[in-house]
Design a protein around this ligand. Structure first.
Ligand code: ADP
Ligand code: ZN
Ligand code: ZN
Length: 736
């Protein structure tokens, strides 16, 4: 009699456990049961697709409880061993159920059980019904008409062709909705010859770039921090490093922030290399995503460029990972599995023993810390490409000045004068909700905590001031204790009306907005940039982020309306983010022969951090922030995790976290090595009708933190209070 074999399966479920099954009927050969294949199994009253983790001869289940798997979906693993390991690592590190991690890693169609071989590229073609229509159909919808004619002429069109012909994706959708266009597949084009990966010759590097490139070693794990301003030539180094890797017969993975994955970026890679490039981002259809996944898994695509989730792409011949703009917050997933793609890149590169390049003009504090401690090799590019000079930065003290929607008279005069010289202005408005803090407009006094060296955060439910370092609370005050003024303001609330105000002030000047929305709508942004390149005077309003790599040579004034909200913010990363944004935005000015000027409005022009940033640059600023983090016992010197909970009735979330703290303290009493804070209201305490709270756990050793969280999560899962809230663990939180 043969020994029974059990299948241990990861199933997308919030339960932190795996599930055992009997193999399907007509038992498959043992060799077919490879970890990483998908299995269709009964789960409750449903049928779900799980991933086989391992087989075993032991199960904790009673024979009567065991159910039988329905079928094996794959012959070969969809999750190769290295990715399966990565998923396990993510599950352990971020304290997230393995089944959900695996499901996050897989493209949606694989999750649903579709074949892992789409058999070709997704294209669109006319249905039989459509082919019967006259060529003059769609008279009243010119975009649909253009698409229809193109499809009649060429049969099928893929994504790239649609783009090249400037055909609208909305028209595709419109015709598909009418049943006139259908998604079809076209056999993959044969892979390019691997012995000649280049389409165009690389640029001759300047000595600094050459020195950086010469440092790179391709045959072993090492992390390189490539630090250089926008335009200093980092991307050219990525391209040449990738070239080296391709000629070793290996693949390259390039991660870019959401905002950085522009047609220009992709175009640059496509112009340089003759190999197949897979592009992965949130705008893809499920089928396109599956296609890109399969292209890299099969080794057909040699380069993958993608946003955060591309870190889970299978790369059988991985040779290098590059994370561009590594400080960008979009690399951290903010819901579900709260992973950091940058940190996973490091885990993956180290496991596969390949190099990792982290590129940035303004590296994250953690990254700088690692570079300072020789864990990363620090490569610097100090020159700007071309003849552009660094911009001159001026601070404008706005205390007591009459402000109109955030603008001081002096700032408005600067803008007007620039426009009068027929030059362009970039106005930076910060819409990121930094933790609001109370500031006196007349003297600059900021509400601080009496018990520790921290600022108080303004909260609304009920109105009060709250210290996020020691939990101290005070009522909201109406008068400045320093100068007795009643002009107390909450900074950090964003300035929604600034743009409208500019429109009224400069009625005859075109105002263009560059933000997440406008950069997502590809053609809209291209059109704006075209207008801007033409060079007529205009105002560009940049909210939050300015797309990387957009050259704005005619911008000679960068106006920063509100630097205080970030620099004085109480959130852990407020000052760091603000410093990064200021440097990045400042980098937009003075790129051509004309010198650029940056004007920053602040109530705290003499603030040491502000002074450092303006006079000595990001490095000095970041070192100062690191020193503060060390003093206050914050990352990267200590390790932080949040237990987040939200509920419609605030007391449910508070009760749950209070219980969580009690349980945690039973497992691990508070000590200098590991302490607790909270429950505290989240900085944005109400969202979508839910009240949000958090419990902070701060540990001197990562091991202690993880041991505690692991045991705590199991207890919380079983706790009845957990059913009344949505809760999650956030390890290495970005926003708090
Ligand atoms: P970054 O990625 O740091 O913003 P890029 O690599 O995009 O910098 O370079 C900025 C500009 O300078 C690009 O237009 C690029 O083509 C050009 N450039 C970069 N390196 C060189 C070089 N060695 N010689 C000539 N032009 C270069
Ligand atoms: Zn005052
Ligand atoms: Zn305090």
């Amino acid at each position: 009699m043969s020994v029974p074999v059990y299948l241990r399966v990861a199933i997308p479920s919030p339960l932190r456990r795996t599930f055992d099954y009997l193999p399907p009927q007509s038992p498959p050969a043992a060799a077919a049961l490879q970890p990483g294949i998908r299995v269709r199994v009964p789960f409750g009253r449903q049928e779900v697709v799980g991933v086989l983790l391992e087989t075993g001869t032991h199960t904790d289940l009673e024979p009567g409880q065991l159910r039988q798997a329905l079928a094996l979906v794959d012959d070969t693993p969809v999750l190769p061993p290295d990715l399966l390991q990565l998923c396990r690592w993510v599950s352990d590190y971020y304290q997230h159920p393995l089944g959900e991690v695996v499901s996050t890693a897989l493209p949606a169609l694989l999750r649903k059980g579709e074949a892992a071989d789409p058999g070709g590229e997704t294209v669109w073609g006319l249905t039989a019904e459509a082919r019967g229509l006259p060529e003059t159909a769609f008279k009243r919808a010119p975009k649909q008409a253009a698409l229809f004619r193109a499809l009649l002429a060429r049969g099928q069109l893929g994504r790239a062709e649609l783009e090249a012909l400037e055909l609208s994706r909305n028209a595709v959708k419109a015709l598909a909705d009418k049943g006139l266009v259908s998604e079809q597949t076209r056999p993959p084009t044969p892979p390019a010859r691997a012995d000649d990966p280049l389409r165009e010759a690389p640029l001759a590097l300047n000595p600094e770039q050459q020195a950086a490139l010469d440092q790179l070693r391709y045959q072993a794990f090492n992390t390189y921090l490539l630090e250089g301003a926008t335009g200093s030539g980092k991307t050219e180094i990525y391209l040449q490093a990738i070239q080296a890797v391709l000629s070793l017969g290996r693949q390259a993975l390039v991660l870019v922030p959401e905002i950085g994955l522009t047609p220009q970026t992709i175009g640059r890679f496509e112009r340089r290399f003759a190999v197949a490039i897979a592009v992965l981002h949130s705008g893809l259809t499920d089928r396109e995503r599956l296609q890109a996944w399969c292209d890299t898994a099969s080794g057909r695509a040699r380069i993958v460029i993608g946003t955060r989730s591309a870190i889970f792409t299978p790369l059988p011949e991985a040779g290098i990972i590059i994370v561009d703009e590594e400080h960008d917050p979009s690399f951290k997933q903010q819901d579900g599995v709260r992973y950091s793609a940058r940190d996973l890149a490091s885990v993956r590169a180290s496991r596969q023993d390949i190099p990792l390049i982290l590129g940035s003009a303004t590296p994250a504090l953690e990254t700088l810390h690692n570079a300072m401690h020789q864990r990363f090799q620090h490569l610097r590019l100090t020159r700007r490409a071309g003849s552009a000079r660094a911009p001159q930065i001026a601070l404008l003290d706005i205390r007591r000045l009459p402000l109109q929607e955030g603008f001081s008279p002096a700032m408005l005069a600067e803008i007007e004068a620039t426009l009068a010289r027929r030059e362009q202005v970039l106005v930076f408005i910060n819409r990121r909700g930094f933790a609001p803090t109370l500031i006196c407009h007349d003297c600059g006094w900021v509400a601080g905590c009496n018990h520790c060296d921290a600022r108080l955060t303004v909260h609304q439910y009920p109105p009060h001031l709250h210290c996020h370092h020691c939990d101290h609370q005070r009522p909201l005050i109406q008068q400045c204790p320093q100068c007795f003024s009643r002009q107390l303001q909450q900074v950090g609330l964003g300035t929604e009306r600034s743009e409208l105000f500019l429109q009224q002030c400069f009625a005859t000047t075109p105002i263009h907005r560059i933000d997440r929305d406008s950069t997502r709508r590809k053609n809209a942004l291209a059109k704006v940039l075209e207008d801007v390149q033409r060079g007529d005077p205009c105002i560009l309003v940049g909210t939050q982020m300015l797309a990387k790599g957009h050259h704005l040579p005619r911008v000679t004034l960068v106006a920063i309306v509100d630097a205080d909200s970030g620099l004085l913010s109480t959130d852990l990363r407020g000052p760091e983010r603000m410093g990064q944004l200021l440097i990045q935005v400042a980098g937009r000015a003075g790129r051509a022969e004309r010198p650029g000027r940056v004007v920053i409005q602040s109530h705290h022009c003499d603030h040491p951090l502000m002074q450092l940033l303006v006079t000595r640059g990001y490095q000095a600023f970041a070192r100062q922030l690191l020193a503060q983090r060390q003093l206050s016992g914050m990352p990267p010197y200590r390790y932080l995790a949040l237990l987040r909970a939200e509920s419609k009735r605030p007391e449910n979330a508070i009760d749950f976290l209070t219980e969580a703290r009690r349980l945690a303290q039973q497992l691990q009493p508070a000590s200098p090595q590991l302490h607790y804070l909270g429950p505290l209201p989240a900085l944005m305490e109400k969202r979508n009708g839910r009240f949000r709270y958090q419990l902070h756990v701060n540990a001197a050793a990562r091991r202690d933190l993880h041991r505690l969280l692991q045991r705590l999560c199991r207890q919380l899962e079983a706790n009845p209070l957990s059913r009344r809230v949505r809760w999650a663990v956030d390890v290495d939180p970005q926003d708090m």
